[in-house]
Write a protein that binds this ligand. Structure first.
Ligand code: TNX
Length: 528
């Protein structure tokens, strides 16, 4: 049985555990008040798979040997209280449906690592719990993971599995990086070549030909619109918001390869471009024309249809790493700068972003972009993903813009997690599990008004060198567990955080990850 202190992320307050237990068995019923149905379904599905518990529905809210789910609007929407009463009942009370769901995630952890299995645990059709009371609520409302499915396509089933992994860590935002130079991954009906041409590349180059990361096999794939609807619905059932990203005006070579007229045709032969087979910052960016705006409005119209406002209030337009060389060299782009009365190419980038900020706002959505969107002036309602360190986020927050903190030095999970030759991922800063545990999303010295603009934080997973789900698992875990605790729990200042205690709780958490089949980096290293 799990000691409550083994919970990850750590809850705000625990009373108990007391010495007596409550055992869920085949007679245990479930009562689900209005608003808690998704959690009831999830619990039946999860505990049914592992323990074979049917959790039959009861309308009797006072039944004993029962799991009770209900709402109490005196709590914050994502807050919950969980009571395990000796020999009687487990009660999960959420401020809103999401709170009940996070409480159910805690219940699963309390039931032991076996509760994370998707196959039956054997003859033991019971699950034991220690009596206790937990009161809990998240520190941040935005607790995210960004997954880059452009550099390496991740099949739909693997995406759904990642949504389950997010939910198990009480993360509630899935930032879906759907387009980039190396692949366009979302079906757009009015522009079919985006996926017909843009979703496949011939090879993946890295370093030199002999490198194990140089791959001469074609790579590709995309999500149909039905796939996307299924992903969005699956996320919604787990109280996860999806932020679709269509990256522009840079990181667009896959789109230009599909539709050469999107590029700067007066300076490059865009008809000769293919989906990029290499990595880095790409010079082939969108041309600043009205036709390009109309093309992307068409893309976003379909995106808004697929990602409804209720579960996708934010739409990400990228804005990162857009080299201005082609615009500098292009007579057509220069003429546009003059025609639009802009000072320079930075303002041209900002012209793109402002256009889509207004366009999205008129349709009830909010634009979010990487921190380069600050250059050349930021659109009024725009929010910023601060990735090049804290600086962009601080500037944006001080100017009254909402911010998601995701500095690459701290929470880029493609970066290596230990020094040493045998660490398989060759790029980036070394960020150990402990480093991630000591990451603080709100930089010190920020005024309280500016700090209120920090919506939260997210970890980003760029997949240039992660060819499959195992490689992604290895980079993401166990660090996502530390990140989840940073995003959820009210931890003390970085240097005062009790990392040894977290590591001890991780002993239990590794068993949960084992039961889930997660290919995490072993605590002793890849080849101890
Ligand atoms: C920078 S972060 C990028 C990505 C790369 C990543 C590699 C950001 C907005 N742009 O295109 O994949 O570095 O760590």
């Amino acid at each position: 049985m799990t000691h409550p202190m083994d919970l990850i992320p750590a809850p705000a307050r625990v009373e108990g555990p007391y010495r007596c237990d409550f055992v869920l068995d085949r007679r245990t019923t479930l009562s689900a008040a209005a608003g808690t149905e998704t959690t009831a379904r999830w619990l039946r599905h999860t505990l049914g798979a592992a323990f074979g518990l049917p959790l039959r529905e009861t309308a009797d809210e006072n039944a004993t040997n029962s799991v009770r789910l209900r709402l109490d609007d005196s709590l914050a929407p994502e807050a919950y209280r969980l009571h395990v009463v000796i020999n009687e009942v487990v009660e999960i009370i959420g401020g809103g449906p999401a709170g009940v769901f996070w409480g159910a995630q805690t219940l699963r952890q309390l039931l032991g690592p076996e509760a994370f299995r998707a196959a039956p645990v054997g003859t033991k059709a019971v699950a034991g719990l220690t009596a206790q009371t937990i009161e809990d609520a998240p520190r941040f409302g935005w607790r995210g993971l960004m997954l880059d499915v452009s550099r390496h396509f991740m099949p739909k089933g693997d995406v759904l599995r990642y949504l389950d992994l997010l939910a198990a860590h009480k993360l509630n935002v899935f930032h879906f990086h759907l387009t980039d130079d190396q692949g366009w991954r979302i079906e757009i009906k009015r522009h079919p070549r985006l996926t017909e041409v843009g979703s496949w590349r011939a090879r993946s180059k890295w370093g030199h030909r002999a490198s194990p990361l140089w791959d001469e096999t074609p790579h590709g794939g995309f999500y149909t619109q039905d796939d996307i609807r299924e992903i969005v619905a699956y996320a919604a059932d787990r109280h996860i918001t999806v932020v679709p990203e269509i990256d522009l005006p840079g990181h667009s070579q896959a789109a230009i390869a599909a539709y050469p007229e999107l590029g700067n045709t007066d300076v490059v032969d865009t008809a000769a471009l293919t989906v990029w087979d290499s990595w880095g910052v790409n010079p082939n960016v969108l041309a600043p024309t009205e036709a390009v705006l109309r093309f992307y409005e068409g893309v976003f119209e379909e995106v808004l249809d697929l990602f409804p406002a209720a579960t996708s209030p934010f739409v990400h337009v990228g804005g990162d790493e857009c080299p201005k060389d082609q615009w500098k060299a292009s007579p057509a782009a220069q003429a546009r700068i003059e025609e639009l009365g802009l000072a320079d190419e930075d303002e041209l980038q900002s012209w793109f972003i402002r256009h889509f900020d207004r366009w999205l706002a008129a349709r009830g959505r909010r634009l979010i972009g990487w921190d380069e969107i600050l250059e050349g002036g930021l659109a009024d309602g725009a929010a910023v993903s601060s990735w090049r360190g804290y600086g962009g986020g601080i500037a944006a927050a001080e100017a009254g813009h909402d911010v998601v903190m995701c500095p690459e030095q701290q929470v880029y999970l493609d970066h290596r997690q230990a020094p040493g030759e045998d660490e398989p991922m060759p790029i980036g800063y070394v960020r150990t599990l402990e480093d991630v545990y000591r990451f603080e999303p709100v930089p010190p010295g920020l005024s309280p008004e500016a700090a209120a603009h920090i919506l939260g934080t997210q970890a980003n997973v760029w997949t240039e060198v992660m060819q499959n789900r195992s490689r992604v698992d290895y980079q993401v875990f166990p660090r996502l567990a530390a990140f989840a605790e940073v995003a959820w729990s009210a931890l003390p200042a970085p240097e005062a955080r009790d990392y040894p205690a977290f590591e001890r709780r991780m002993d239990t958490h590794y068993r949960r990850l084992d039961a889930l089949g997660v290919d995490y980096r072993p605590p002793a290293g890849p080849h101890p």
